[in-house]
Design a protein around this ligand. Structure first.
Ligand code: NAP
Ligand code: GLV
Length: 312
C-alpha cells in the first residue's frame, strides 16, 4: 500500500510524518508513506489529509480513500472527488473532552457572570451580583454525535437541564431528546443556552439564523463550536443588538481567520477564539488512522467512514 500525507505546514508535518511512519511500521509493515508534493507518480492508494488541495486529488486517480485528520469533513466534500472514494474522519480522538471543557467554560462564564466580575475587578469595585436560578438556564445541544454527547454529559454534571437535537431519534439518560425538522421548534423553545455541534452540510448551513434564534428563550446565549457556516452572523448581530440574545461565544467563523476590524472582534457581548475548541491530538489520531487503514485493507468499512450522501 502506498500512502500520501498532506496538511498545512503550520500543523507540524515532520512530527506527524514521524509518528505515522512509526505506527505504520509497527502495525502495517511494508506500507510506504510520502509527503505530497505536485507531480508525484499517480500510483498512491490512500491519503492522510487535513484541508488537501484539489490538485492532490486530481493528480492521484488511484486514490481509494481520504483519511481526514479531523472530525468535520465539509472541506473534503467541497472538493471534486470520484464518487466511490471513501472518506474516513476522526471520531472523538481526544477532541470530545476538549469540547466538554470549552463549552462548560463558556456556559459557566455566562451563567455566573464572570465577564461582569472581570470588569468589576478592573474598576476595583466589590459588588456581589444576585445568583441566577439554574433551572432557568436549560442547555440545548444541537448535534448528538461523538462530541455533542460528551458535551451533554459534561453539562449535566453541573445540574443544568439538558436538551438535545439530532437528525435521527436518540435516547440519552438525562437528556430531553428531539429530532428532525419536526422536533426543532420545541427544542429551541426549551433552550436558554444553545450549543452547536452539528456538521456543516447542505441541510445545516445557515441553520442558526433569525428565524431559529428568535425561537430561543429571551436573553439566550449561543455557543458555536462546530463550523462558522452554520451561523448567519448578521442575524446574530441584530438579535444581540435588539437584546433577544444576551451574548455568544464563537470558536468558528464564516471567514477564518476572522478579518481585522470585523464586528465580532469588538462586540461587548461576544467572545471569540481562533478555532481551538477541540484540536486534533496526534497520538490518538495516529492510532485511529492506522485502525481505519487496516479495516480498508481487509475490505471492511472503518467506523469513521462518512456517508457522503448525507454529508457527515
Ligand atoms: P458526528 O459524530 O458526525 O455527529 C453529528 C451530529 O449532528 C449527529 O448527532 C447528527 O444526527 C447531527 N446532525 C447531522 N445533520 C443533522 C441535521 N440535518 N439535523 C439534525 N441533526 C443533524 O460529529 P462530531 O464528531 O460530534 O462533530 C461535530 C462537528 O463538530 C464536526 O462536523 C465539526 O464540524 C465540528 N468540530 C469542530 C471543532 C473545533 O475545533 N471547532 C473540532 C472538532 C469538530 P444523528 O445522530 O441523527 O446522525
Ligand atoms: C476541527 O475543526 C475538526 O473538524 O476536527
Amino acid at each position: 500500500m502506498k500512502l500520501l500525507f498532506s496538511q498545512p505546514a503550520a500543523r507540524g508535518n515532520d512530527a506527524w510524518l514521524a509518528a505515522l511512519r512509526a505506527a505504520l511500521a509497527a502495525a502495517m509493515p511494508g506500507v510506504q508513506l510520502d509527503e505530497w508534493r505536485p507531480g508525484l507518480p499517480p500510483d498512491y492508494d490512500a491519503a492522510i489529509v487535513w484541508a488537501p488541495s484539489q490538485q492532490l486529488v486530481d493528480e492521484q486517480p488511484q486514490l481509494k480513500a481520504l483519511l481526514n485528520l479531523g472530525a468535520g469533513v465539509d472541506k473534503l466534500l467541497a472538493l471534486r472527488l470520484p464518487p466511490t472514494m471513501a472518506l474516513v474522519r476522526l471520531e472523538d480522538a481526544g477532541m470530545a473532552v476538549q469540547m466538554a471543557e470549552y463549552v462548560c467554560h463558556a456556559l459557566i462564564r455566562f451563567f455566573r457572570e464572570f465577564a461582569a466580575y472581570d470588569r468589576q475587578q478592573h474598576e476595583q469595585r466589590w459588588h456581589p451580583r444576585r445568583p441566577h436560578v439554574r433551572s432557568e438556564f436549560p442547555v440545548g445541544v444541537m448535534g448528538l454525535g461523538a462530541l455533542g454527547q460528551r458535551v451533554a454529559q459534561a453539562v449535566q454534571q453541573f445540574d443544568f437541564p439538558v436538551l438535545g437535537w439530532s437528525r435521527t431519534p436518540h435516547d440519552l439518560p438525562g437528556v430531553q431528546c428531539f429530532h428532525g425538522d419536526g422536533g426543532l421548534p420545541d427544542f429551541l423553545k426549551g433552550t436558554r443556552v444553545l450549543v452547536c455541534l452539528l456538521p456543516l452540510t447542505p441541510a445545516t448551513r445557515g441553520i442558526l439564523n433569525r428565524q431559529t434564534l428568535e425561537q430561543l428563550q429571551l436573553a439566550s446565549y449561543v455557543i458555536n463550536v462546530a463550523r462558522g457556516g452554520l451561523l448567519v452572523e448578521d442575524d446574530l448581530q441584530q438579535l444581540l443588538d435588539e437584546g433577544h440574545l444576551a451574548g455568544a461565544t464563537l470558536d468558528v467563523m464564516q471567514d477564518e481567520p476572522l478579518p481585522p476590524g470585523h464586528w465580532l472582534w469588538t462586540h461587548p457581548h461576544v467572545t471569540v477564539t481562533p478555532h481551538i475548541s477541540a484540536q486534533t491530538v496526534r497520538s490518538e489520531a495516529v492510532v485511529q488512522v492506522v485502525r481505519s487503514l487496516q479495516a480498508l485493507q481487509r475490505g471492511e468499512t472503518p467506523s469513521g467512514q462518512v456517508q457522503r450522501d448525507r454529508g457527515y
